[in-house]
Design a protein around this ligand. Structure first.
Ligand code: PLP
Length: 374
C-alpha cells in the first residue's frame, strides 16, 4: 500500500501526445501555437473572449495589480483565509493588504466584512484601490453581493480563481466575476501543466497588456526597445500542450472530485461533529479539495489527532490554510473580523481529493479516519 497524496497530478492519454507534438515542432519557447490554442480553448471554456497564458497563477495576480496601476502604499482588500500567493502579489507592487474574515457557509470573503473594510478605508481617506476575492477550495464567493458592492464604489475586482477552474454558478464560470480573473496550473490544482497560470478578462485591453508586460515589455520595433519595466512571465509552449490535454478532461476531473467528496460525506455521515464544505444552491463547485470541520467536543478528538492518525498510515491530509492575519510576515496588516477563519484553521481538515483516487484508496482513507481514537 503506497502513500496517498492530497491532490496529485492526473494525466490523461492526450497530454503526452500533445507534448511530443509540441516538442517535435521545435517550438521550445515561451510562445508558440500551443500557447495560442491553450488561451483560446480556456477562454472558450470559461465563456470569455480573452486569456493570457502565464508561468504561474502568482504571476497573474501580480500582473492584474500592475494593470490596475496599483502601487506603493495602496490598500488592497482581500480574504484572510487564502494561500500566501494572493497576498505576496500585493506586496510585490508595494501595496498594503487589508484582511477580511470569511463567511461560515462558503469559507470565502464575508460580504458584510468587505463593506465594513471599504467604508473604514474610505472614512480614513485611503479608499481601497482593489479587492481580491479568493474562490477557496473551488467554492465560489457570494458574487451576487460582492460584485454590487465593488461596482457601487467603483473598486476594481480581481478574482483569484486559482483553485476554482471548473466551478460554476448557473452558466457563469469561476474567473469571470471580476474585472480580471486568474487560474493556476500548479501541480496540485485540478488540472496542471506542472507550473503555469492564466489571466482572463472581458477586456482584451487587459489581456493584451498582460501579454506585453509578461514578455519583457518589448515595444513594437525591429530592434529591442523598451519604455516600461517588463517581466518574464509567459508559459512555455511545451507546458501549454500539456494544458490543452488537461483541459479536454477537465469536466471528468470535476466529476471525479465531486464523487470523492460525495463518498466521504456518505461514508462518514453517521459520525458526530463533522461539517463538510459543500455547495450552496445553484452552485457547482469543482470540489478541488474535500474539506471539513471537526468539532472536537462532538467528535471526541480534534483535527490534529485525525491528521496524525491518517499520516501514520501514509495518508496525506492537511490543515486548512492558516489565515494571513496570523502569519508572521503579514501580522501587522489591518484585519477585519477573523474568528471564523481562525476557527476553520483550528478545526478544518483537507482530505485526499485527487481525481485518480480508486475505490479501495477511498475505503482505506475512510476506515483509517473512523479508527481515530476518540
Ligand atoms: C495555487 C494558488 C495560487 C498561486 O498559483 P501558482 O500557480 O502556484 O503561482 C494563488 N492563489 C491561490 C488561492 C492558490 O491556491
Amino acid at each position: 500500500m503506497g502513500r496517498i497524496y492530497l491532490s496529485p497530478p492526473h494525466m490523461g492519454t492526450e497530454e503526452r501526445a500533445l507534448l511530443l507534438e509540441a516538442f517535435d515542432s521545435n517550438w521550445i519557447a515561451p510562445l508558440g501555437p500551443q500557447v495560442d490554442r491553450f488561451e483560446a480553448e480556456l477562454a472558450r471554456y470559461v465563456g470569455l473572449e480573452h486569456a493570457t497564458a502565464l508561468s504561474s497563477g502568482t504571476a497573474g495576480l501580480h500582473l492584474a495589480l500592475l494593470l490596475l496601476g496599483v502601487g506603493a502604499g495602496d490598500k488592497i482588500v482581500t480574504s484572510t483565509l487564502t494561500f500566501a500567493a494572493t497576498v505576496n502579489a500585493i506586496a510585490y507592487v508595494g501595496a498594503e493588504p487589508v484582511f477580511v474574515d470569511v463567511e461560515p457557509e462558503t469559507w470565502t470573503l464575508d460580504p458584510d466584512g468587505l463593506v465594513e473594510a471599504l467604508d473604514t478605508l474610505e472614512a480614513d481617506g485611503t479608499p481601497a484601490r482593489a479587492v481580491i476575492t479568493v474562490d477557496l477550495y473551488g467554492q465560489l464567493c457570494n458574487y451576487a453581493r460582492i460584485e454590487v458592492t465593488c461596482q457601487r464604489r467603483n473598486v476594481p475586482l480581481i478574482e483569484d480563481a486559482a483553485e476554482a477552474l471548473g466551478s460554476f454558478v448557473g452558466d457563469r464560470s469561476a474567473g469571470t466575476f471580476g474585472d480580471m480573473g486568474i487560474f493556476s496550473f500548479n501541480g496540485n490544482k485540478i488540472i496542471t501543466t506542472s507550473g503555469g497560470g492564466m489571466l482572463v478578462s472581458r477586456h482584451g485591453l487587459h489581456t493584451d497588456r498582460a501579454r506585453f508586460l509578461a514578455t519583457q515589455a518589448r515595444d513594437p520595433a525591429p530592434h529591442y526597445q523598451h519604455s516600461t519595466i517588463g517581466y518574464n512571465y509567459r508559459l512555455s509552449n511545451l507546458l501549454a500542450a500539456v494544458g490543452r490535454g488537461q483541459l479536454r478532461v477537465l469536466e471528468e476531473r470535476v466529476a471525479a472530485r465531486r464523487r470523492v467528496r460525495r463518498f466521504y460525506q456518505e461514508a462518514l455521515s453517521d459520525l458526530p461533529g463533522l461539517t463538510f464544505l459543500d455547495d450552496p444552491p445553484g452552485v457547482r463547485s469543482n470540489a478541488w479539495l474535500t474539506t471539513l470541520r471537526i468539532d472536537p467536543e462532538a467528535f471526541g478528538t480534534d483535527r490534529e489527532s485525525v491528521r496524525l492518525h491518517l499520516e501514520a498510515d501514509d495518508i496525506e491530509s492537511r490543515p486548512v490554510w492558516k489565515p494571513m492575519h496570523l502569519q508572521p510576515v503579514f501580522g501587522s496588516c489591518p484585519s477585519f473580523g477573523g474568528s471564523i477563519s481562525e476557527a476553520l484553521f483550528r478545526d478544518g481538515l483537507c482530505l485526499p481529493s485527487g481525481s485518480s483516487l480508486s475505490e479501495p484508496d477511498l475505503q482505506r482513507i475512510v476506515s483509517r479516519f473512523r479508527s481515530t481514537p476518540r
